[in-house]
Design a protein around this ligand. Structure first.
Ligand SMILES: [Zn+2]
Length: 335
């Protein structure tokens, strides 16, 4: 009876005027906390045949929905609102994913699409099983009032969502954001990562220091080469502190304490530009046998960030030498 009256999926609710008072109250409480509400944040889909789960909007692979992790691809997708089973289908006994897009993708968007492909290919679509909702705060997957109470007090959203939101709002070039995003997800092909994927390498030593293993965390946040570059950039803005050595914490703590929201978006853009410049420099050492040079990376950060402000920034009138000499003054027009 409940099933016929209220439906089973999240988008199959009966219109509000036919709902009982207690049901209206219940749904209102569940939707508190922004977006789709805290309740939706605690349930996760276990995909069977993909008959109920919405591809972009529901949480079914990883801990966030795909539209949060890949907002750029979501905005280009013609599959918004589609169920998983509508994002292609069976070829004999093999499941094939085919996403449809509004237009061709740029190179950096294609990389993102490959990432998405790798992520969803981990999920096994099962022809004869229905999609079921699981309550993720209980290991049994079954809802309990006690665990719901614990979720509500104190309530906090998935911190990962906030990190990605800040990153995609950062002011810099999309290709720079793309690299930074891959670093935050630990999906950048460092030597250590390649070896984990089964690629045979002579060495997994860090290209910069040649001492430690070249993991994502080491290369960008722990290596003495990277730390030196971060320091140069912080000193350029007149900031002194010791950054975290873990990517997401490093990104989150990288802020201008006295800065406005807009200024901090530029500052987060500089964070992404530093990460991008480190990766570019590392690649030119590996592929072009360049020499490791901290100053060169730092100057690249200054130039790349200035280019963005000059061409994309709102009424940015400062010359490159102004930017190099006094960056805080240059961004003070962004209130
Ligand atoms: Zn190193």
């Amino acid at each position: 009876m409940l099933e016929s009256k209220y439906g089973l999926g999240t988008d199959e609710m009966v219109p509000i005027k036919y709902q009982s008072l207690w049901w209206r109250d219940l749904t209102r409480v569940c939707r508190e906390g922004g977006d789709e509400g805290w309740f939706q944040g605690e349930v996760v889909w276990k995909v069977g045949s993909g008959d109920k789960v919405r591809f972009w909007e529901d949480v079914w692979v990883g801990s966030s929905n795909l539209k949060t992790v890949y907002p750029r691809l979501f905005s280009l997708s013609l599959n918004q609102g589609h169920k998983v089973e509508q994002v292609e289908g069976w070829e004999g006994s093999t499941w094939r994913w085919t996403l449809s897009w509004r237009r061709g993708r740029f190179e950096w968007e294609k990389l993102m699409e490959t990432e998405l492909g790798a992520l969803i290919s981990r999920v096994n679509i099962k022809k004869d099983e229905k999609d079921v909702l699981e309550w993720r705060t209980e290991t049994t997957g079954l809802f309990t009032v006690r665990s719901a109470y614990e979720c509500l007090a104190p309530k906090s959203r998935d911190p990962l969502d906030a990190v990605f939101k800040d990153l995609w709002e950062a002011k810099t070039f999309p290709s720079v954001l793309m690299t930074a995003w891959r670093v935050l997800l630990n999906r950048i092909p460092t030597r250590s990562c390649l070896r984990r994927r089964g690629v045979i390498l002579d060495t997994v030593d860090c290209v910069m220091c040649e001492i430690k293993e070249e993991s994502c965390q080491h290369l960008f946040f722990e290596c003495k080469f990277a730390c030196y570059v971060w320091n140069l950039c912080l000193r350029w803005f007149g900031i002194l502190y010791v950054p975290h050595n873990e990517g997401k914490n490093h990104f989150e703590s990288f802020c201008l304490p006295q800065g406005s929201i807009k200024q901090n978006k530029i500052w987060k853009g500089i964070w992404a530009t530093i990460v991008w410049s480190l990766w570019e420099h590392r690649n030119s050492i590996v592929f072009n046998q360049s020499a490791a040079d901290e100053e060169e990376v730092f100057q690249k950060v200054q130039l790349k960030s200035w280019l963005w402000l000059k061409h994309k920034g709102y009424r940015f009138v400062y010359s490159f030498s102004d930017w190099v000499m006094n960056p805080m003054v240059c961004i003070s027009s962004y209130k």
